[in-house]
Ligand binder design. Structure first.
Ligand code: 5AD
Ligand code: SF4
Length: 372
């Protein structure tokens, strides 16, 4: 019996697919080289933008033929897209050959749903869940080991679906994180450890007693061994001086810092509920550059947020030019059902979003080529 997992979206999903892989192997399945050979196919989905969801739907739909040829094939869909009730129900209705639809909070019980398929199709969505500490991972990212430190997000940036599909911030106990990293280091196979969370800078605020992200980093660096630590994703409003100081001081911490700005315009930043200004963002960048001269800075931007004018977009262009990032990701704003921004008046037309994203990426390319 063979399994095949198709993963969409961020590193968190990649890491959760490592958990799914471990569950599949515990059930006696082994890894199929391609999906045509598999007896169990799992889609671990992403909902961050419409494009990501459309790709999922297209690829799940394409399985219809395979399932017809081999009715014993089990098809499961899980992750952020199906955590939304409307999408989960739509999937069940549109794709009768899909056997299991679950969300982000019941993934650890995957084995249960596979076993229960004998009795009928499985649809279950929970609204919150604890971080599962009991299941192992089948690590699949070469010399890099992902370590989840927290899940969820409390920020409610107005464009973002994450708080709705991943719930509120929940940090793992520091002792469990340190133990996991000690084990990873002891294995000797991994050179890099990447800490994962939607908002790593708020790590530990919900623990009693609370632990700061800076403290966690210090304690990780105190683990003996030859490894580097990296982390994602940071929120500019929570990136404190003590975190910058630890990064500067500790040789074990990788100097790549991904700090999504989203926009260079204060009115748009406020509408996005980012809770910092352009000036505050630039101040953090300056601090990072002065304390960590070899920092490699990257960022995310959204263009065409509802009501964004051409001048406001040009503020994003000027921020990118001013900071001279080592790399950026630029996205066209994509309305996500249920978020505040999706209900705002004056959505920006698609062709304007497309032009703006092209302009921003062209600017970044020129900066990289040293032509700007
Ligand atoms: N539309 C476009 N981009 C988005 N992002 C998050 N939500 C949306 C959306 N609705 C981008 C942000 C974030 C990155 C992971 O995805 O830039 O930092
Ligand atoms: Fe989404 Fe904002 Fe939370 Fe990031 S910080 S996951 S963009 S709500």
């Amino acid at each position: 019996m063979k399994y095949y997992i198709v993963t969409y979206g961020c590193q968190m999903n990649v890491h959760e697919s490592e958990k799914l892989a471990a569950i599949c192997e515990k059930m006696g399945y082994c890894l199929a080289e391609k999906r045509e050979e598999a007896d169990l196919i799992v889609f671990n989905t992403c909902a961050i933008r419409e494009g990501a969801e459309d790709r999922v739907f297209g690829n799940v739909g394409a399985l219809k033929k395979l399932k017809k040829q081999r009715p014993s094939l089990i098809v499961a869909v899980c992750g952020c897209a199906t955590q939304k009730e409307s999408t989960a129900n739509w999937m069940m209705k549109t794709f009768p050959f899909v056997d299991i639809v679950i969300g982000t909070f019941n993934l650890a019980n995957f084995q249960h749903y596979v076993n229960a398929v004998k009795t009928g199709r499985q649809l279950e969505l929970l609204s919150e869940g604890e971080i599962d500490e009991t299941l192992p991972y089948k690590r699949t990212s070469g010399e890099n080991a992902w370590v989840n430190i927290m899940q969820g997000c409390n920020n409610f940036c107005t464009y973002c679906i994450v708080p709705y599909v991943r719930g509120r911030e929940k940090s793992r106990q520091e002792a469990n994180i340190l133990k996991e990293i000690e084990e990873i280091v002891a294995e000797g196979k991994y050179k890099k450890i990447t800490l994962l969370g939607q908002n790593v800078n708020s790590y530990g605020k919900d623990l009693t007693p609370s632990v700061s992200f800076a403290q966690l980093l210090q304690d990780i660096c105190a683990i003996e061994g030859d490894f580097v630590v990296s982390f994602m994703t940071s929120h500019p409003k929570d990136l404190t001086d003590d975190v910058i100081d630890v990064i500067a001081k500790q040789d074990k911490i990788c100097k790549d810092i991904h700090l999504p700005a989203q926009s260079g315009n204060n009115r748009i930043l406020q509408l996005m509920n980012r809770r910092y200004t352009r000036e505050k963002y630039l101040g953090i960048i300056e601090k990072i550059r002065s304390k960590i001269p070899n920092a490699r800075l990257t960022s995310d931007f959204i263009v065409g947020f509802p009501t964004e004018t051409e001048d406001e977009f040009l503020d994003t262009m000027s921020l990118v030019e001013q900071v001279r990032f080592d790399g950026i990701f630029a996205f066209m704003y994509s309305p996500r059902e249920g978020t505040v921004a999706s209900k705002m008046q004056d959505q920006v037309p698609q062709e304007i979003k497309q032009r703006r994203v092209n302009m921003l990426l062209a600017l970044e390319k020129k900066i990289q080529e040293g032509k700007k």
